[in-house]
Design a protein around this ligand. Structure first.
Ligand code: ZN
Length: 437
């Protein structure tokens, strides 16, 4: 009896052993082929794309049922989708894509809530639907344009279909040298090379993508009559700035003090006891003590916008509005004015605008110097005079490379913002040359 049972059992046991061996051999062989396994990763799979657009008021459910005819799969996709995106925020004008294989089997779904996001629900290698919110990578392109001022720079750039931000970025380059509200004349010419970021449209892999925002202005040129100014962006390590063609910084600075003085008799303060009026009132400037008649010079380029006499206060004074219209300076208690100083007169940094005196409310000869930023008095000794160091000798070769390249791009700038072959040499690490798409 025992022997008989053993005999009956032996055959199935052999079968089971053979099956285990077969499975082991099969899995072993499979793991010997990692290349093939990598090939079936869903990311690398090429899907067929079936596109559509949500109509106003259409729900995800309605769209999926219409396009894939499979209730169970539709529910699965909706569940996954809802884990990364609020289905109620689907908008009636945005596109979606259904991803299928060549046999028409649905593997996933994509929705594009805006230009820089993709909601994707896609089967992974184990067949499970995985939802994810993907940030669309931005592509940086280099563009160039040139134009002529007919009324204002603003109008000219606007007429090219570009926006305020680009005008602001361009005028920033020359903020210490050109007052774009006052200086531009009809016939002036501007050129610029600038970066812009685009989001590749994931639903349209062949398109150029959608404009997202402007990047940096890499170079700018402004020609007014025979005067041409060129500013080039150059990066050294982490820091970048604008330089002229010789490698001198475009970042101009205000003079620390507009005269040779002996000492400061009164600092900028919110409240001090006035030496004559004997009352506490703010002193919104700095008093520099110097001999009567010491020349006082303009702290930076600008235009004289006020010249007058204030008996109970500043005495003889002038006010200069600077090229960078955010800033103005006032010079008080002058004994007299510099040659040719009149309202509307343009002055350059270090031009003599007056002489130290004691006119108005003053105990002795000194200059009362006020500095205004956006109309507010600030301490002139504390203003951030960011450095205007020239390009160091060791960087000069690299700078010259950037200069030649940018000058060529500026010279060839088209009449409308167009992409240029952007090889931005020497703009520092992490700054990749843009691929042409
Ligand atoms: Zn003072």
């Amino acid at each position: 009896m025992k022997k008989e049972i053993l005999h009956k059992v032996r055959y199935p046991l052999l079968l089971a052993a053979a099956a285990i061996l077969a499975v082991w051999l099969w899995t072993a062989r499979k793991s010997d082929r990692p290349v093939e396994q990598a090939e079936i990763k869903p990311r690398e799979k090429i899907y067929l794309r079936r596109e559509g657009t949500f109509r106003p008021g259409e729900t995800l459910e309605k769209v999926l049922l219409r396009d894939i005819y499979d209730r169970v799969l539709a529910d699965e996709l909706i569940q996954g989708f809802a884990r990364v995106f609020d289905v109620r925020k689907i908008r009636g004008d945005r596109r979606y894509t259904i991803l299928t294989d060549s046999a028409g089997v649905v593997h996933g779904f994509e929705y594009y809530p805006d230009a820089v996001k993709t909601v994707r629900v896609l089967r992974d290698s184990t067949g499970v639907l995985q939802p994810e919110l993907v940030q669309v990578p931005l592509i940086k392109r280099t563009l160039a344009l040139t134009g002529e001022v007919r009324t204002t720079l603003y109008d000219a750039v606007k007429a090219m279909g570009e926006s305020d931000e680009l005008i602001a970025a361009f005028s920033d380059l020359f903020q210490w040298d050109i007052d774009f509200f006052v200086d531009p004349r009809v016939g002036d010419e501007f050129r610029m090379v600038y970066e812009a970021e685009y989001a590749l449209d994931p639903s349209r892999p062949d398109s150029l993508g959608e404009f997202i925002r402007y990047g940096r202005v890499l170079s700018g040129q402004y020609r007014s009559g025979s005067a041409v100014r060129t500013a080039l962006y150059f990066e050294q390590g982490e820091r970048g700035g604008y330089y002229d063609l010789e490698g001198k910084s475009f970042q101009k600075t205000f003079l620390k003090s507009p005269l040779n003085y002996r000492r400061i008799s009164s600092h900028f303060s919110g409240g001090r006891r006035h030496p004559i009026l004997k009352i506490v009132r703010p002193h919104l400037g700095v008093d520099f003590v110097a001999a009567e008649g010491t020349p006082v010079v303009a702290a930076a380029d600008g235009v004289v916008i006020e010249k007058g006499y204030e008996g109970g206060g500043l005495g003889n004074f002038i006010r200069i509005r600077h090229k960078n219209p955010r800033f103005a300076t006032v010079y008080g208690h002058l004994s007299g004015f510099g040659p040719g100083i009149a309202i509307g007169q343009a002055v350059q940094q270090r031009d003599v605008v007056g002489y130290v005196g004691r006119t108005g409310l003053a105990t002795g000869p000194h200059l009362h110097y006020c500095f205004y930023e956006n109309g507010r008095p600030v301490n002139p000794l504390k203003i951030k005079n960011s450095s205007g160091d020239p390009i160091p000798a060791g960087e000069m070769e690299r700078f010259k490379g950037v200069r030649e390249e940018q000058l060529a791009l500026l010279a060839a700038a088209p009449r409308r913002g167009e992409e240029v072959p952007g090889v931005i040499a020497g703009t520092g690490p992490g700054h990749m040359a843009m691929p042409r798409l």
